[in-house]
Design a protein around this ligand. Structure first.
Ligand code: NAD
Length: 692
């Protein structure tokens, strides 16, 4: 026993001497002879205890690591909270008793050798494992499993980095206290990110008022009108009661908009733009909550509302915010006696009326160009999905938009009619069905309003036999099942060249049947609920009609009622093949997850059949032959077209339809023309030349 103890203490002594020599001379200068000399023994004795130099270095490194682990375990014993535990671990690495030049040199020497000497690399691996395991245990109560290791590894890298820097640059330069603080801030920001990700259902529900009122003059405005409810279509539960705006609220909204618009239009475009861009930032900051509200109100998967709905709305605010300062008239040279110029002036008070499929995006697509031009807008969201437009009003106010410039009237068709007829409103922009578009245009005619109409469609997607089939199937899926098929521009008539029909259908079926139908708030869900049970009945009615009309049901074709989905409006993605052009499922807008596939042989034939519809919103074609691509697109009667993709709607490009699908365009610079009127000014420079 006594011999063992003596051996242990001799070993420890030799290791300490080794560390001292390493600190002084580095790895290359550290020899057995030098260590033996420092320890006052013969090199042979070192060989007796440790074998060769590498083994001695390995033992010395192990000693350091053991010491570190021992100190950390002790420090953790008196650290009650996760924050204290992180501080204890980081402290053991960086506190002043450790953070010395000699210790740094030793670690650097070991790291340099670890690459070449397996025994040292093994000790290094064990050290890293212990560090990460200590950090991971400390972080576990506050981070999700998938966050823990990346965060622990980043902290480890910061510690290693500061050691390396100190060893190379000198310990005096390193501010270890600042590093400890930075690591604390980093962990805090990771926790905040996680909390933002994990919005709990009660927190979201708290963000929905019991009763939604209209928003007029910068605040909620009570109404005496009828109350209705907005439901979560995935569960049937009531989300909120909503007060319909009546003529009284309309008057208040017009009066406030008139006041607000004067202040707003008097600002420079640069100032208006800055405020709109600030609103875009606020939308993005609040995107998680807004996406949750949108999902609850529409039934669309959270994966979609988070990725697209809120951000595309924010894009519109940012884009028009950037253009606001560029809205100019023109100057005309009229010879030596005169010149002329035009002013692009705001229209005044405008109205936006929204559909329910992209509630916040539609509110942004309409209000952003309207406001950029110096107008006020009174917006009416769909009665089915009023929640997020009211939030947008709050965000505009927070960003600095004067009260009255963006008012929201809650309500249904009657409220919409009030807006479309009110003489003080100079323009109405509707997103809705063709029937509503006709009514709104008739109402607007009474006071000769400008009108923009974004209406329905039954768009063709044409796939030629040279197309990349994988991409074409991807596009057909996006063109029919994204947002539960509730997209106006969907390519619901899919024309597939006869030569590739079989191949296309096989790939399509396999991919449709893999789509995950589920609760909209589940991030893995790809197909959520339709917007309402009434709408689901309409869609199921069309599916039954398709079967009766003789189309072949390839897949889907039914309501989904598994488990908790039974309470919601879930419909399986449905594909009909062998469709003919006279079938109603090929002619009428279903606005649900129903794709109708047909075949064609000839380019002229398919163009004629694609154009054989009252609609003209969109069209897509797939071909590798770009000459054919441009030729066919030029012959298609559609306002928005895609070659080798579908349903991509960047804010920079005009969006809208021809024929019965609408009038005017949203997005791009073109929308600015729809929210301004031109004043022509003739300026004489000489005398008036009069014959009288
Ligand atoms: P909808 O026509 O029933 O209603 C649209 C909006 O108009 C709602 O806010 C509604 O309250 C209001 N409204 C209804 N009757 C009105 C009237 N007489 N006067 C004034 N306002 C009135 O449409 P929806 O069911 O909400 O949406 C689905 C339709 O919208 C589909 O046809 C779809 O294609 C179309 N849509 C078009 C686009 C596009 O950009 N082209 C985008 C989304 C949806």
């Amino acid at each position: 026993m006594a011999t063992e103890q003596r051996d242990d203490s001799r070993r420890t002594h030799f290791i300490n001497m080794t560390l001292a020599v390493l600190a002084d001379c580095g790895n290359s200068g550290t020899t057995l002879a030098r260590i033996a000399n420092r320890a006052n023994v013969s090199p042979a004795l070192l060989v007796h205890y440790f074998g060769d130099k590498d083994s001695l270095l390995g033992a010395a490194f192990q000693h350091l690591v053991n010491q570190f682990q021992h100190d950390t375990t002790q420090a953790l014993k008196s650290a009650p909270t996760w924050r204290a535990r992180i501080a204890a671990i980081v402290g053991c690495c960086l506190d002043s008793s450790q953070f010395r030049k000699d210790v740094g040199s030793v670690w650097l020497a070991f790291w340099g050798q670890a690459i070449h000497v397996p025994a040292i690399m093994e000790v290094q691996r064990i050290y890293q494992e212990q560090l990460l395991s200590n950090l991971s245990n400390a972080l576990r109560p506050v981070l999700s499993e998938d966050q823990i290791l990346p965060v622990a590894t980043t902290i480890g890298a910061l510690i290693d980095g500061i050691w390396l820097r100190a060893a190379l640059q000198g310990v005096d330069e390193a501010d270890t206290q600042a590093v400890v603080e930075q690591i604390g801030n980093f962990v805090d920001s990771c926790i905040a990110g996680r909390q933002a990700q994990k919005l709990s259902l009660p927190a979201i529900q708290q963000a929905i008022p019991d009763t939604c009122k209209s928003w007029i003059d910068g605040r909620p405005f009570a109404s005496t009108g009828a109350r209705f409810t907005t439901l979560n279509p995935a569960t049937g539960e009531i989300l909120a009661h909503v007060e319909s705006a009546t003529a009284h609220e309309l008057d208040a909204a017009i009066e406030s908009a008139g006041r607000g618009q004067k202040i707003w239009a008097a600002m420079s475009g640069t100032e208006r733009g800055r405020i709109l861009r600030r609103a875009a930032d606020l939308l993005r900051e609040n995107s998680r909550l807004l996406a949750h509200l949108e999902t609850l109100d529409t039934g669309k998967p959270i994966a979609e509302t988070q990725a697209v709905d809120i951000h595309s709305g924010a894009d519109a605010l940012e884009y028009y915010g950037s253009l606001a300062a560029t809205i100019n008239g023109e100057a005309m040279d009229l010879g030596s006696d005169a010149f002329g110029y035009t002013r692009r002036e705001p229209l005044g008070i405008t109205a936006g009326i929204g559909a329910w499929n992209y509630p916040l995006q539609i509110a942004c697509w309409k209000s952003a160009p309207a406001l950029a031009c110096g107008n006020a807008m009174i917006f009416k969201p769909s009665e089915l999905t009023p929640l997020t437009a009211l939030r947008l009003a709050e965000i505009y106010r927070q960003a600095g938009v004067p009260d009255g410039v963006f008012n929201v009237l809650a309500g249904g068709r009657e409220t919409g009619e009030l807006l479309a007829t009110a003489p003080a409103i100079r323009k109405v922009s509707l997103t809705g069905s063709v029937g509503t578009g006709r009514q709104v245009m008739a109402s607007a005619a009474q006071s000769l309003k400008y009108v923009t109409l974004e209406l329905g469609g039954k768009s063709p997607l044409i796939i030629f036999d040279d197309a990349d089939i994988g991409n074409a199937v991807s596009a057909a899926l996006l063109a029919n099942f994204y947002s539960g098929g509730e997209i106006c521009s969907n390519g619901t008539r899919v024309f597939v060249h006869q030569n590739i029909h079989e191949q296309f259908i096989a790939a399509l079926k396999a991919r449709v049947e893999k789509m995950r139908i589920g609760q909209p708030l589940d991030p893995k869900t790809q197909v959520g609920s339709l917007v309402s049970h009434d709408h689901m009945e309409k869609v199921l009615g069309y599916i039954e009609l398709g079967k009766r009309e003789g189309a072949t049901l390839l897949t889907g074709g039914h309501r989904v009622t598994d488990g908790a989905l039974a309470a919601g409006a879930f419909v399986a993605p449905t594909v009909f093949t062998n469709c003919t052009d006279d079938m109603r499922i090929m002619r009428e807008e279903i606005f649900g997850p129903v794709m109708s596939v047909t075949t064609f042989i000839d380019e002229d034939e398919v163009v004629a059949r694609a154009n054989n519809t009252e609609f003209g919103l969109a069209a897509g074609i797939f071909t590798q032959n770009l000459a054919r691509g441009h030729r066919v697109i030029s012959r298609l009667e559609a306002g928005t077209c895609w070659i080798n993709n579908y349903n991509i709607t960047p804010i920079e490009m005009p969006f809208g339809g021809v024929k019965q699908s609408g009038l005017g365009r949203e997005n791009s610079r073109l929308a600015l023309e729809h929210y301004t009127q031109v004043k022509s000014v003739y300026v004489a420079l000489g005398n008036v030349d009069s014959p009288y």
